[in-house]
Design a protein around this ligand. Structure first.
Ligand SMILES: Cc1cc2nc3c(=O)[nH]c(=O)nc-3n(C[C@H](O)[C@H](O)[C@H](O)COP(=O)(O)OP(=O)(O)OC[C@H]3O[C@@H](n4cnc5c(N)ncnc54)[C@H](O)[C@@H]3O)c2cc1C
Length: 422
């Protein structure tokens, strides 16, 4: 046997599985098909900028991040908890009242906060805010759009803020995601201040990988996983490896190809990264567009941010980094650069002619769709000796990937212990 357990994929789920297996005294080999660890959490250096492969932020309030990650060592640079909105009358800010009390008056005067709608939203969220499990364990679930309609969240806050903000977070423009899942996400936003690590998002998986005594093996793509009855055989481009058990943490679609489970539908988005000389807005908030006729965005950009205002380490001295996010339709159609620039010009109220597009990440497999009902503990054992792990087995998020990897590892360790093999 080459190892007790072979983990396939060095994304967050695979890395957490490997760490937990190692903690249980097992030898673990991690095989990664690409050139480095991280999976969907990767960072490139481009012209002195840190550019994540798709804009995403780390929420330290995620329970698994709190439990498994040394967040302090990542030196998070925080975004404001709230959003700014461009509409016909200018720019306004809606900020978390406890985190940004100085912005309370501005928030109340924004025109998006009406007592009836805020009360309806608070009532809808309350059970999950009070107790985290209230949402994931609830029996009733519906699509986000139906749930907000039924709760009476139907005013300007919904039309101009919630629908746009959540479409960017979920990569879902149709409000088809599980309402219970969204309540869990909003809970994390209510209790945490998301941010970006000083060295880029990839610092997160790198921290995890550094704790493995057997470093993940990059550029070893797995072609097949076979349950032999007494263990597993894993076929790579460099030969066949043997182990007692395998955890397939290869991402939703690849895990399905390797194990025969059903692949979820995937939601996609595109991030456009611009190098700019002067910051167009000295604020740490995401910016939404509400100049469209229905109160939402007038073009394809669902949010933008001067990333370097929140995370100065992302830009070299004298430059700023702006991101703009657009959604990828199911058929893969995407916004063009001219439309994105038109949106940014309107949203920031400035010419973007001198802005240089330094990277564009089109990621059709950003997140597994999470329709109702929310099932946040999907089966992971797919054979006597084979488990799957990943965000598609829990919730479509960093938290879900970590929880799933951990859960698979405990199950595998328990089984091997039961056979007196640990
Ligand atoms: C643009 C973008 C924005 C996001 N924003 C957020 C956010 O703000 N908040 C949030 O919580 N989540 C966000 N997410 C989601 C989050 O990043 C993912 O849920 C999480 O990283 C998934 O981790 P995973 O380990 O399950 O899968 P993956 O990261 O997909 O890892 C799978 C790994 O397996 C490897 N692999 C695949 N096939 C093989 C093979 N045959 N052999 C060997 N290795 C293989 C892959 O190379 C990869 O490294 C975002 C994702 C993207 C892409």
């Amino acid at each position: 046997m080459d190892a007790d357990v072979i983990v396939i994929g060095a994304g967050l789920a695979g890395l957490q599985a490997a760490r937990r297996l190692q903690d249980n005294g097992l030898t673990v080999t991690v095989l990664e098909g690409s050139d480095a660890v991280g999976g969907r959490v990767r960072t490139d250096r481009v012209d002195g900028f840190l550019v994540d492969r798709g804009f995403q932020i780390l929420n330290p309030a995620y329970p698994a991040v709190r439990d498994f990650i040394d967040v302090r060592a990542l030196r998070l640079q925080h975004f404001g908890v709230g959003v700014m909105v461009r509409d016909g009358s200018g720019l306004s800010t809606l900020a978390h009242p406890l985190r940004h009390p100085r912005l309370l008056l501005e928030t109340l005067r924004s025109g998006y906060v009406t007592p009836g709608e805020v009360f309806a939203l608070a009532r809808w969220l309350a059970p999950t805010l009070i107790r985290e499990t209230a949402s994931s364990r609830a029996t009733g679930d519906a699509t986000l759009a139906d749930a907000l309609d039924a709760a009476g969240v139907t005013g300007p806050l919904r039309r101009s803020i919630l629908d746009t903000f959540l479409s960017g977070v979920l990569a879902d423009a149709g409000g088809t995601t599980s309402a219970n899942f969204v309540r869990l996400l909003l809970r994390a936003f209510a209790f945490g201040a998301p941010g970006l690590p000083a060295q880029g998002m990839q610092a997160l998986p790198e921290q995890m990988a550094a704790q493995l005594t057997r470093p993940p093996l990059p550029e070893l793509k797995v072609a097949a996983v076979r349950d032999t009855g007494g263990g597993v055989e894993v076929e790579t481009d460099a030969g066949v490896l043997g182990g007692r058990m395998a955890v397939v943490a290869a991402g939703p679609v690849e895990a399905a190809e390797l194990t025969g489970i059903t692949a979820p539908a995937m939601n996609g988005l595109t991030t456009w990264w611009f190098s700019v000389q002067e910051s167009p807005l000295a604020e740490k908030f995401l910016l939404l567009d509400a100049t469209g006729t229905a109160g939402g965005p007038a073009g394809p950009v669902v949010h933008a941010a001067v990333v370097s205002e929140a995370a100065p380490s992302y830009a070299p001295a004298g430059r700023h980094l702006v991101e703009a996010t657009t959604l990828l339709g199911p058929e893969g159609g995407d916004a063009d650069e001219a439309a994105v620039r038109r949106d940014l010009e309107r949203m920031y109220g400035t010419s973007v002619t001198g802005w240089e597009l330094i990277a564009r990440h089109e990621i059709p497999r950003t997140l597994p769709a999470q329709p109702p009902p929310l099932i946040d503990r999907r089966t992971q054992r797919v054979g006597d000796h084979v488990f799957v792990a990943g965000d598609h087995r829990d919730t479509a998020s960093i938290n879900g990937a970590l929880v799933s990897g951990d859960r698979a590892a405990w199950a595998v360790a328990g089984l091997l212990r039961g056979r007196n093999e640990v």
